[in-house]
Design a protein around this ligand. Sequence first.
Ligand SMILES: C[S@@+](CC[C@H](N)C(=O)[O-])C[C@H]1O[C@@H](n2cnc3c(N)ncnc32)[C@H](O)[C@@H]1O
Ligand SMILES: [Zn+2]
Length: 185
Amino acid sequence: MPAAADSPKPAKKRRNPNPWIKRFKSPIHNNGLFAAKTIPAGTQVIEYVGEKITKKESYLRAVVRVDQAQRSGAAAVFIFELNSKHDVDGSVRWNPARMINHSCQPNCETRIIKGHIWIVALREIEPGEELSYDYGYDIEHWEEHPCRCGHPDCVGYIVRHDQRKKLKHLLKELKKKSEGKSGEK
Ligand SMILES: C[S@@+](CC[C@H](N)C(=O)[O-])C[C@H]1O[C@@H](n2cnc3c(N)ncnc32)[C@H](O)[C@@H]1O
Ligand SMILES: [Zn+2]
């Protein structure tokens, strides 16, 4: 029997049902997410979804991934801190937010809202602008994460905002030392 004209049709499978974002090649690193249209300040742009894992599992996965990444040059870090007991491993195909790169002058930030991780616009974002947030890495491993965000204030390494002054100072000291050494010859 033919279906009635107003009977519900199966929803078409769409790969990107999020109206705010588009995925493209990024000048920062490999792929990135870009604004598909003007995004007003304060918009919850996209949820960072993935597998909820314990801290212990998170640590084990991070060790393996960093090792793999150091050998292959691939992106390594998709694990996100959710709370004191759990993290979210976002390295799954159904998490487009994993493509968002770091910037030292980001246009988004991450917020935990009712137990979910959201990428929220810090200001109005123009169509075509790449979305970014501060990865918040600790200064301890600065050398392992060179930054290519291209912002005039970029310190050259992915280090969280409140530690960048300290890193700038450290880099200055290291430069002075190496210039001193080459002057001795
Ligand atoms: C969560 S992924 C981001 C998506 C990544 N662009 C991709 O295509 O898979 C995180 C990785 O992207 C790279 N990345 C992100 N922001 C970067 C930046 N500002 N400078 C250099 N590499 C960056 C680093 O390799 C980092 O480990
Ligand atoms: Zn930077």
